[in-house]
Design a binder for this molecule. Structure first.
Ligand SMILES: *Cc1c(COP(=O)(O)O)cnc(C)c1O
Length: 494
């Protein structure tokens, strides 16, 4: 085997110091069978303690995160996660709890979960909650399973269709299809909202539910929601609301008051639990009285002063997660909600909406808004006008990285060509929003004068433009013996 080449290793250098051995040394071959012993020392880099520390700190800094910079990834609500939440989740009693402990010994945790569910009920205006689902998409699946159970229970097995607007997140049709429903797409109108005529045409006794997002993924509030609700229920169907955009509504509007039957909440978006890197997340589902009998088991119930787990729910769709879900996320979300209180919760949405509208007002003379409505907590602009310089949305997104910002969501929602979906969240200062707006405006000038700079961006990141699909599927970050960072194939330069 070829010897590995370490860049910083020097023979004999050590990152630790130990006191001299003060017990008799035992020969190794008395401790281990001879065939298990190494014949040569392991080939490891030999470095000093500061070098070791710098190596790992530098590696950690190659990751962009909400703790290192602005992260306006639309629909994902990358708000700051208060560090207090982490402290609370790491408290002794929580940290050492085991899912197989008897109920009597985890009363505090059950109380916390019960109170979190109560808080979600009052925030959403819905009747009952299951905390089990591990993500938004999992909450959707749980909700759709309950909707199926509801219709089957009423002898309406012919309700095989789920209506979904064309602006929806891809998980919506995926969840409906996974449960076996036929997905019917409802066109948006020129204002970026559900087309009521189109909705009415599709409603009938073969429709199980309308699955809508409000505000929708254009950041626009479906202001016809009460009419929509009436039409859907008159047709005997149910109303599912994707609650991923709840950051625009909390403390202001309750989905329950809009006639929603089922809503999933992304704790890892709205309620500040860490988001990204593959989880864990949490996507509790909140339901109206109609769907409450079908919620997953076990359910946490309060009997006098004690909390218990109740399995006695004959109509339940069963369990959707081992044990209780991602309990660590519940602790963080609970800490966040209790820290804010009712007033603070309302301020979240007000500030999120204010920040989005301020940012939009700074850039909209250069980046066109395809649906010029006043948005809520996020907004969509199109970079189609830059095509005449040979510049695409992806080039702008990559160039933003050179300015030190995470890119917004791009090419989504699908109904907007060259889309940039920007969600600043409430936790950013005016100075940060201004700096980001200045970067976008400066990039727009570069598109005109130096388009090649954008097409070849990013220039200042540890890796350049990668093939996203391969980077996700075949990521290999192992050290390969060469002083080189790029370990996934680059994107073809088309
Ligand atoms: C994030 C998101 C989802 C899916 O949530 P996950 O927790 O990522 O599974 C669904 N719909 C919308 C609009 C979203 O933004």
């Amino acid at each position: 085997m070829e010897p590995l080449i370490f860049e910083k290793s020097q023979p004999g250098r050590r990152a630790f110091s130990l006191p001299p051995l003060d017990v008799p040394e035992q020969p190794l071959d008395e401790l281990l069978p001879a065939h298990l012993l190494r014949h040569q020392p392991a080939l490891l880099p030999e470095v000093s303690e500061p070098e070791l520390l710098r190596h790992y700190v530098r590696l950690s800094q190659l990751n962009y995160s909400v703790d290192t910079g602005f992260y306006p990834l639309g629909s994902c609500t990358m708000k700051y996660n208060p560090k207090l939440n982490e402290r609370v989740a790491a408290l002794e009693g929580f940290r050492h709890a085991h899912p197989l402990q008897p109920e009597e010994t985890v009363q505090g945790l059950l109380q916390l979960m019960d109170e979190l569910a109560e808080a979600l009920k009052s925030i959403t205006g819905l009747a009952a909650v299951s905390l089990q689902p591990a993500a938004g998409a999992h909450g959707e699946l749980t909700g759709i399973l309950m909707i199926r159970a509801y219709h089957l229970d009423r002898g309406e097995a012919q309700r095989r269709k789920i209506l979904i607007p064309d602006s929806a997140h891809g998980t919506n049709p995926a969840s409906a299809a996974m449960v076996g429903f036929e997905v019917v797409t409802i066109r948006s109108n020129s204002a970026g909202r559900i087309d009521l005529g189109e909705l009415e045409r599709h409603l009938g006794d073969d429709v199980a539910a309308l699955m809508l997002t409000n505000p929708n993924t254009l950041g626009i509030f479906e202001r016809d929601i009460l009419t929509i609700e009436r039409l859907v229920h008159q047709a005997g169907a149910l109303l599912y609301m994707d609650g991923a955009n709840l950051n625009a509504l909390i403390g202001l509007v309750r989905p329950g008051d809009m006639g929603v039957d089922c809503l999933h909440v992304n704790l890892h978006k709205t309620f500040s639990t860490p988001h990204g890197g593959g989880g864990p997340g949490a996507g509790p589902v909140c339901v109206s009285d109609r769907l409450a009998p079908y919620l997953p088991v076990p359910r946490i119930v309060r009997r006098g002063e004690r909390y218990a787990l109740d399995w006695d729910a004959p109509k339940s769709i069963g369990r959707v997660h081992s044990f209780f879900g991602n309990v660590g996320m519940f602790i963080r979300a609970y800490a966040y909600i209790r820290m804010l209180g009712a007033d603070g919760i309302q301020r979240v949405s007000r500030d999120a909406i204010l920040n989005a509208n301020y940012l939009l007002s700074r850039i909209r003379h250069v980046y066109q808004q395809p649906y010029p409505e006043t948005p809520m907590h996020e907004f969509v602009v199109s970079a189609a006008a830059f095509k005449r310089f040979g510049v695409r949305t992806m080039d702008i997104a990559k160039r933003l990285l050179d300015y030190g910002f995470h890119a917004p969501t791009v090419y989504f929602p699908l109904i907007v060509p060259e889309a940039l979906l920007i969600e600043p969240t409430e936790t950013e200062t005016k100075q940060t929003l201004d700096a980001f707006a200045d970067a976008l405006l400066s990039i727009a000038r570069e598109a005109e004068t130096e388009p090649e700079l954008l097409r070849s961006a990013p220039h200042r990141t540890p890796v350049r433009r990668l093939n996203d699909a391969l980077a996700a599927r075949l990521l290999n970050v192992a050290w390969n013996g060469q002083a080189k960072h790029e370990t996934v194939p680059s994107a073809p330069s088309s």
